[in-house]
Design a protein around this ligand. Structure first.
Ligand SMILES: Cc1ncc(COP(=O)(O)O)c(C=O)c1O
Length: 422
């Protein structure tokens, strides 16, 4: 993690945590800002129409004529009808949740807020959050800078497959005790989701770990849920299996309107907790604790946004509008896949594409000699193009790139990489 800039005068005033707090200047958010206004901007995790306007669902946008009630406070845990409607949708999309003991989803100020609350509840200083090494960079801030614990990573892939052997090793390793895992499916940045078979293997591994006496907390970051494009991807969230898998497993589902409903700025997320051993009293206690965390931190969430998402869920055109947005993203994904497959041999002297089948993004892994940051700078300065560079890999947000531009985008990246090798 980037270091906090040294403070001078402030040092005498700040708490130890205040000293650590900082906004990383090399992070994804800043890289995205640098690409603002570029002709091709494949940086940020948003989606655009081909004409460059944001891909907003019309059935959502029409709610933004506010009635006076919208100016009232929302309850700290969120508007009850919205929480119920979100649970109903969740169960429709995840039939295995039918009899699982879960809380009602509690509304958070976007998913980030929900992840923070989950860490406050379940991840203590010095404890490890175990996750795949291709992860969303904000986990570093939430877990490490938030002083909750450490990130302990395993290689995301074993060749072309999801790396289940390392999940098994970490889930079963000594000492027996509490273990905290994060699964972000579909994944940011790779856009990979485990297949049905892989997901079953992961769940079975976690059950074995629980049987061995470990107390497992599994955070399921479902930000991009439902954006599955190819292959035999597990259709339900891993949360749906884990919420009733074993007495020693507590599963947390983090999701929301941000990516799933194409409403990034509305800041409507949800946290839902489930577990086989959780009694109605436990579930009520958890809802109470989460509501207390919200009350202490932000008091309550944004009411107009919550009302708009509720209207959206009840809107007759909701499914139709979402299907249209999905088709746009899938066509872009298919174009990426086709371009990368057809040119795999040519591109192999500079990069290879990591496995991908879902979500908003994909990753290119650069050959050792090529410097990702230099590639990014050249694309920005000489090719009017923005991408994200982290270590030796590039993240491409195809969600934000017009289908017709995609072959040109990969050609340009290849050209810049090839020039760098000379
Ligand atoms: C994996 C993942 N989780 C959560 C989020 C954050 O969602 P929100 O903007 O609602 O805080 C993002 C946003 O980029 C993400 O990629």
């Amino acid at each position: 993690m980037e270091k906090t800039p040294a403070t001078s005068v402030l040092h005498d005033y700040l708490t130890p945590h205040g000293e650590i707090l900082h906004f990383p200047l090399l992070g994804i958010t800043n890289q995205a800002q640098e690409a603002n206004g570029k002709r091709i901007n494949a940086t940020a995790g948003v989606a655009y129409n081909d004409d460059g306007t944001l891909l907003v669902l019309p059935s959502l946008q029409e709610s933004f004529v506010l009635g006076t009630n919208s100016f009232n406070y929302a309850p700290a845990s969120g508007i009850k009808e919205l929480r119920e409607a979100w649970l109903k949708e969740m169960k429709k999309k995840n039939p295995s949740l039918k009899n699982a003991p879960t809380t009602l989803p509690i509304v958070t100020n976007g998913l980030t807020h929900g992840i923070n609350i989950a860490c406050q509840l379940f991840l203590d200083k010095g404890e490890n959050a175990i996750l795949a090494d291709k992860y969303w960079d904000n986990y570093e801030l939430m877990v490490q800078m938030g002083l909750h614990g450490n990130l302990k990573t395993f290689p995301t892939f074993d060749g072309e497959k999801y790396n289940i052997a390392d999940i098994e090793r970490l889930a079963l390793e000594e000492p027996i005790g509490k273990k905290f895992f994060i699964f972000n499916i579909p994944n940011n940045p790779t856009g990979y989701s485990p297949t049905r078979q892989e997901q079953t293997l992961i769940v079975n591994t976690l059950i074995r770990s629980a049987e061995a006496g470990n107390k497992l907390v599994i955070l399921c970051d479902d930000a991009y849920f439902g954006l599955n494009y190819e292959g035999d991807i597990a259709p339900e969230s891993i949360f749906a299996s884990l919420a009733s898998a074993h007495e020693n497993i507590i599963a947390i589902k983090i999701d929301g309107a941000t990516k799933e409903e194409f409403a990034w700025g509305l800041r409507v997320g949800f946290i839902t907790i489930g577990g086989k051993s959780l009694t109605p009293e436990d579930l009520a206690l958890l809802e109470n604790k989460i509501t207390g965390a919200i009350r202490a931190n932000a008091s309550n969430g944004n009411r107009p946004s919550q009302e708009a998402v509720l209207n959206l869920l009840n809107h007759p055109n909701h499914d139709k509008d979402k299907a249209r947005a999905y088709t746009i993203l899938k066509e872009r994904f298919d174009t990426c896949k086709k371009t990368l497959t057809e040119n795999a041999e040519k591109y192999a002297d500079c990069f290879t594409a990591l496995p991908t089948n879902s979500g908003y993004f994909l990753c290119l892994e650069l050959l050792a000699k090529i410097d990702g940051e230099r590639v990014r700078q050249t694309l920005l300065n000489e090719h009017d193009t923005g991408i994200i560079a982290v270590d030796n890999w590039l993240r491409i947000a195809f969600s934000a790139v017009e289908k017709g531009e995609i072959p040109h985008l990969f050609e340009t990246i290849h050209q810049v990489c090839a020039e760098q090798k000379q």
